[in-house]
Write a protein that binds this ligand. Structure first.
Ligand SMILES: [Zn+2]
Length: 107
């Protein structure tokens, strides 16, 4: 009899990346970016051409786009692989920046 998931045992931490864990992380970061973008846009000073507010919202949009890409890679089963060289992105890097599309070498 083969046990696929033993509920009482923690999965091996070092061998594989768990995309599900990062998916949760990415979703919450995406929500956070959307909220920060909304509050940035809601600031009266940010109304028109304040360059700081403009670049802040642009950065948030960029991050949201990267998060969307990362979620698409999770759906495609390629999450955690560098989009340039196809090598595995170290998990420490994904912990720090879960939407990182490339490894440190290709960054
Ligand atoms: Zn690479």
């Amino acid at each position: 009899m083969t046990t696929i998931f033993a509920a009482t045992e923690a999965p091996s931490p070092s061998t594989t990346t768990a995309p599900e864990r990062f998916e949760v992380l990415l979703e919450s970061q995406r929500d956070d970016c959307l909220r920060r973008r909304e509050s940035a846009l809601a600031e009266p000073i940010a109304s028109n051409l304040d360059p700081v507010a403009m670049s802040r919202t642009a950065t948030l949009l960029h991050v949201i786009a990267e998060i969307d890409d990362a979620l698409a890679r999770i759906a495609a089963g390629t999450y955690g692989l560098c989009v340039h060289c196809g090598g595995a992105i170290p998990e420490e890097r994904l912990e720090f920046r879960p939407f990182a599309p490339s490894c440190v070498t290709c960054r």
